[in-house]
Design a protein around this ligand. Structure first.
Ligand SMILES: Cc1ncc(COP(=O)(O)O)c(C=O)c1O
Length: 451
């Protein structure tokens, strides 16, 4: 390993980072994270912080989850890789598919299609949605609907249903036939409606209106995150997703739940769909399925959809899609160990309790700091602060101000994530009461310094 002078000198010189400007990052270099333990990370200078980001919404069990590390190591010894393209499989993938079938029984999921991450899971869902309709003789159903503010990864399909133009404009034209409806985002919406239930109804009316306009018979699927994550942590009113489900079912449109963040306990429920009492047609999962220790994902497919594919005798259900690393044995072994630990620790309980503590903490920060225009969360460990320079006008703060809040919080022992003018937090689900208090005081310091 090269010394720290070498690493600092060459930081961002020969690497382009996701979601950053490659030129600006050469001067304003990223923090070099060199170690992690429990819920803490440490940088190249030995500065240690609580990781309120949880890696990237994925390190639910923290950084010291030995059973997952052991499972990865053992699987590397037994079988480090083999293809799962039709003709061969592996024991870890078979076992994991059985486990996931059980895990998502309440949501009615019957099959898994393994991927290398969230964007892959979303892409797979879009493809299989179109194929499903073709198998059933409704080849005209090719369009996709989704929510503004939604985030569905960065593959061409996922970016096309993405509801944030930061991830779209530079890459347009995207996939034709993708349309967006307003998000149930009470702080800012085109209806000027702040009541969550009324806003949910208005968004649902917009959804019905779009379906009528496009023609239901042209729409393959509606895709949504049960709690919107990267778009600013936006939990919809509890009526929203059940009504979306009803509208989709009535119109023959598949409901795809993007559970890449909300799967496996983050909301204080085992999935976002279960939180809202919904059985979607497909669920995109990734991230916490391996605690972030191995890039892996699973698209879950409902029993009903599976029947249509499996009962096809024409050959049109043959899947012409997949990844070299689909059903990777090391990823599958990591996921098996991760799910066993997730279950053993019953992380949903702590996620719910600590989530309430974090939410109450940021509500108090909002009372203290005029810069906090809105706080969102209340469902497990997904919490956001929206920063404004003028509360009345809701003027977003400059990105540099949000950066300053995060920098001072970091100096005070807390890593938070800046997304535009939002501060997003999604710490490991095993976090303690004391460490949540530490997050709140680090943020307090950041807001005081930037205020
Ligand atoms: C809801 C959602 N879907 C999809 C993705 C894409 O996942 P990945 O970055 O693993 O490709 C993300 C990533 O944050 C996400 O939050």
């Amino acid at each position: 390993m090269k010394d720290s002078n070498f690493l600092k000198e060459n930081n961002a010189k020969f690497i382009w980072h996701p979601m950053g400007h490659p030129g600006q990052l050469r001067n304003n270099t990223p923090a070099i994270i060199t170690g992690a333990s429990g819920v803490r990370i440490s940088d190249i200078d030995g500065h240690e912080t609580i990781d309120a980001v949880g890696g990237l919404w994925n390190v639910n069990l923290g950084y010291s989850c030995q059973p997952v590390k052991d499972a990865i190591s053992a699987q590397l010894d037994d079988l480090p890789y083999y293809s799962a393209f039709a003709g061969t499989t592996n024991n870890a993938a078979i076992e994991l598919s059985y486990e996931l079938h059980d895990w998502f029984a309440d949501e009615g999921m019957g099959r898994a299609f393994f991927t290398s991450g969230g964007s892959d899971s979303v892409e797979t869902s879009l493809r299989l949605a179109r194929q499903y309709h073709k198998i059933r003789g409704e080849a005209g159903r090719t369009k996709f609907l989704s929510l503004k503010k939604g985030y569905h990864g960065t593959h061409m399909g996922g970016a096309s249903i993405n509801g944030n133009n930061r991830f779209r404009i530079a890459y347009e034209p995207l996939l034709p036939g993708c349309f967006h409806i307003p998000a149930p985002y009470t702080y800012r919406n085109p209806f000027n409606e702040s009541d969550p239930a009324k806003l949910a109804d208005l968004c649902l009316q917009a959804l019905e209106d779009e379906i009528n306009f496009q023609g239901a018979e042209t729409i393959a699927a509606f895709v949504m995150e049960p709690v919107l994550g990267a778009g600013g942590i936006i939990p919809p009113h509890e009526s929203f997703m059940p009504k979306v489900w009803e509208i989709c079912t009535r119109n023959g449109i598949l409901l795809i739940a993007d559970e890449v963040i909300t799967g496996f306990g983050r909301t204080g429920q085992w999935s976002g769909s279960r939180l809202w009492g919904v059985q979607p047609d497909m669920m995109c999962t990734a991230k916490a399925i391996t605690n972030g220790y191995f890039p892996f994902g699973a698209l879950m497919i409902s029993e009903a959809i599976a029947q249509v594919f499996e009962n096809d005798t024409s050959g049109s259900a043959s899947i012409g899609h997949g990844y070299t690393y689909s059903a990777h044995p090391v990823g599958a072994a990591a996921a098996l160990a991760c799910l066993a630990e997730t279950k053993r620790l019953n992380v949903v309980e702590n996620a719910a309790e600590r989530g309430t503590q974090l939410m109450n903490g940021v509500v108090k920060l909002m009372q203290k700091h005029a810069m906090v225009g809105d706080v969102r969360g209340g469902y497990g460990l997904m919490t956001a602060l929206e920063l404004v320079s003028d509360r009345q006008a809701k003027t977003p703060v400059d990105k540099s101000i949000a950066g300053q809040v995060a920098k001072v919080a970091y100096d005070n022992g807390v890593m938070v994530r800046v997304s535009g003018h939002n501060i997003l937090m999604s710490p490991p689900l095993i976090i303690s009461e004391q460490d949540v208090a530490g997050i709140i005081s680090g943020l307090d310091a950041g807001l005081t310094a930037a205020g």
